[in-house]
Design a protein around this ligand. Structure first.
Ligand code: FEO
Ligand code: CA
Ligand code: CA
Length: 639
């Protein structure tokens, strides 16, 4: 989600650490633009050929180089979604839809926690697809693993008021707690028509409360994780603000807890041992009033409780009764996603972003190796390994700086007494080792085809001209950019690499924006605020936005070849919504998108939303939903 006012604490740290680099940046960017211009001038020709007169086809000799062969969708904004000609986008599951045989029918005027706990949650974000064996008559089957990031109370509750808080009761808080978390949903397709398998034994709801989880790894059991309701320091009753994530090679679901600061209210004395820690994460931020009814969300009574959140949670969707595990080895931050890849030496590398202004890009490298023959052997792979944070150097090189207790500044001299302290205060450790403060790192995704890693830097309107650096070259960066990382030797476990800016968002026809796209990118093809990213079955990169000028959507972005840096519009969300979770089936025939907070906007409410998508019925509020997109005729989406 795109929330205002993030990052003020981090900004103060940046001013102390970031040198002025303007001259070097200008030199670097000029060189990049020259290369871009040369390629574009040599190879791009606009044609009036099929499939549409708007399409730009690039040829080198007789070979078509463009990889996104669909008619580009026009820029615009509407109450309904829109997809490129020749494709169909259908709603698969909405907030409140049933998951179990006994799930109550959705009744938006009588929401209860009990009902919500048996229904699909709110604000779907990450989508993962875990394939299952084909069903009867060859039906394609799989499990969707879906995060429910947060609740939009203004659109959920008819009694909501922007002015008074009297509408907030224990009952409304319980509904919110039950609408957070995640869902596992079995889906199946017969002749390309997807449907939810209501009552599947795999279906599961995970919530912010009432979903027991374990803290594992180096910080588990540490006294800073012990509370009055959990003297062991290992148990948590749920997960919150789960944003993006990833599916591992052994088909578990990694779910990133992001803006957990908003779950806490109360205050701690500035002399309290956790006060500095909480300040660095913006705690308490009191978006929700849960702490009025549950002390675990009130730092006045449970000052260590926030240390239970901000982790990557590993969930086994194939074992519906398994206990999710918060993997502390991966660090505590505002986790956007956790996308992993198996390195050549068999170790698993998880790439992660900390989504706040001036925060950092991380990776975790497992100590052990992936076992393709024994799924259970990978069960606790993520409890042991090394956490790194990225420093983007001005010369285009990159260093992964290890966050290991006892190394460099991570010692008792700086109040790090163990690896648990390093992990609980990951942000402070990253600052001390000299990590580069970035423009809100969202999804960080390795390409399965090339091994290159793509970092979505969504925006940062608080970066001043004094704070620009090579990797974050624009002040007041409202459109964001995408960085490409190449690990040294193609080895994902390497401690160094190179980086380059792939695109800078915004309208390329307005020179004051400072956008950077391949010259073939049309007026519809540029975007701002890249957020989630996925690669399709053939290795094409697709980028979803949150906060794009006018309307969010999904774009195809060329990452290599003569069209590198070109972008093409494919899908547009209904007004007020962001697009999350792009997720392709392994056969490349279906694309799932999570449409989050449709109808939201300034002063939008249950009675007055900006759209009532997807039901379009009076008194039925807009509903976040997962849509599935297919090519008409049922072939691969592209080609
Ligand atoms: Fe939940 Fe960073 O978006
Ligand atoms: Ca996001
Ligand atoms: Ca992703």
């Amino acid at each position: 989600m795109n929330k205002p006012g993030e990052g003020h604490d981090a900004r103060q740290r940046l001013e102390q650490t970031s040198p002025l680099m303007q001259d070097l940046i200008v030199a670097r960017l000029s060189r990049r633009n020259l290369i871009k211009g040369a390629v574009a001038g040599a190879l791009v020709v606009a044609t009036g050929c099929s499939p549409s007169s708007r399409e730009v086809v690039v040829r080198s000799g007789s070979v078509e180089m463009g990889r996104f062969l669909f008619p580009e969708l026009a820029r615009g904004i509407s109450e309904d979604q829109a997809v490129a000609d020749g494709y169909t986008a259908e709603v698969l599951i909405r907030w409140g839809d049933p998951l179990f045989a006994d799930s109550p029918v959705f009744d938006p005027q009588h929401l209860t926690a009990e009902s919500q706990s048996r229904q699909f949650g709110y604000n779907n974000d990450f989508i993962g697809f875990v394939p299952l064996a084909p069903g009867e008559h060859g039906a394609q089957r799989g499990l969707l693993c879906v995060n429910h990031e947060y609740t939009s109370s203004n659109l959920m509750f008819q009694e909501f008021s922007w002015v008074f808080r009297s509408w907030i009761t224990k009952a409304t808080c319980d509904v919110e707690l039950a609408a957070h978390g995640g869902s596992v949903v079995e889906v199946e397709a017969v002749e390309g028509q997807w449907r939810v398998v209501v009552g599947s034994a795999f279906n599961r709801r995970l919530m912010a409360k009432g979903s027991p989880m374990l803290l594992t790894g180096p910080a588990a059991g540490h006294e800073r994780l012990r509370t009055s309701f959990d003297p062991t320091g290992t148990q948590v009753d749920g997960m919150v603000n789960n944003c993006a994530g990833g599916i591992t090679a052994w088909h578990t679901w990694l779910s990133g807890e992001e803006n957990f600061d908003g779950c806490f209210l109360g205050e701690v004395d500035q002399t309290h041992p956790e006060a500095r820690n909480h300040a660095l994460y913006g705690i308490p931020d009191a978006w929700y009033q849960w702490g009025r009814f549950y002390p675990g969300f009130d730092v006045s009574t449970e000052p260590r409780s926030p240390n239970h959140y901000g982790w990557v949670v590993e969930i086994d969707p194939l074992q519906p009764t398994s206990t999710p595990k918060k993997r502390t080895a991966l660090g505590r931050l505002k986790h956007e996603g956790a996308e992993s890849i198996v390195a050549l030496n068999g170790r698993v590398v998880v790439y992660m972003g900390d989504d706040e202004k001036f925060e950092h890009v991380y990776k975790f490298v497992t100590a052990g190796t992936f076992n393709a023959d024994d799924r259970q052997a990978n069960a606790d792979l993520l409890d042991h390994g090394t956490l790194y944070v990225a420093r983007f150097n001005v010369d285009g090189t990159l260093n992964w700086l290890s966050l290991v207790h006892g190394r460099g500044p991570l010692t008792a001299q700086n109040d790090f007494y163990s690896q648990a302290d390093v992990l609980i205060e990951t942000r402070r450790a990253a600052d001390l080792v000299g990590a580069t403060p970035m423009d809100r790192p969202e999804d960080v995704q390795p390409s399965p085809r090339t091994g290159k890693i793509y970092v979505m830097l969504t925006n940062n309107d608080e970066r001043s001209s004094r704070q620009v650096d090579a990797a974050n070259p624009r002040a007041d960066n409202v459109y964001g950019h995408i960085i490409e990382i190449t690990e040294a030797g193609g080895d994902h476990t390497a401690e160094s690499g190179r980086w380059e800016i792939l695109i800078r968002g915004g309208d390329p026809s307005d020179v004051s924006v400072g956008a950077l796209w391949h010259a073939s990118t049309s007026e519809h093809g540029w975007f701002g605020s890249p957020d989630n990213v996925a690669f399709d079955a053939d290795g094409r990169m697709w980028v979803a936005t949150d906060g794009n000028d006018g309307c969010d959507g999904l774009w195809g972005v060329e990452t290599d070849g003569p069209l590198r840096g070109a972008s093409r519009a494919f899908y547009r969300a209904p007004i007020g919504a962001e697009v999350c979770g792009p997720c392709f089936t392994p056969d490349g025939q279906s694309l799932f998108l999570a449409i989050q907070h449709p109808g939201d906007g300034e002063l939008a409410s249950y009675d007055s939303p900006e759209t009532r998508w997807p039901d379009f019925k009076e008194l039925v509020p807009p509903r976040p939903a997962v849509v599935v997109i297919r090519k008409n005729g049922g072939t691969k989406l592209i080609g």
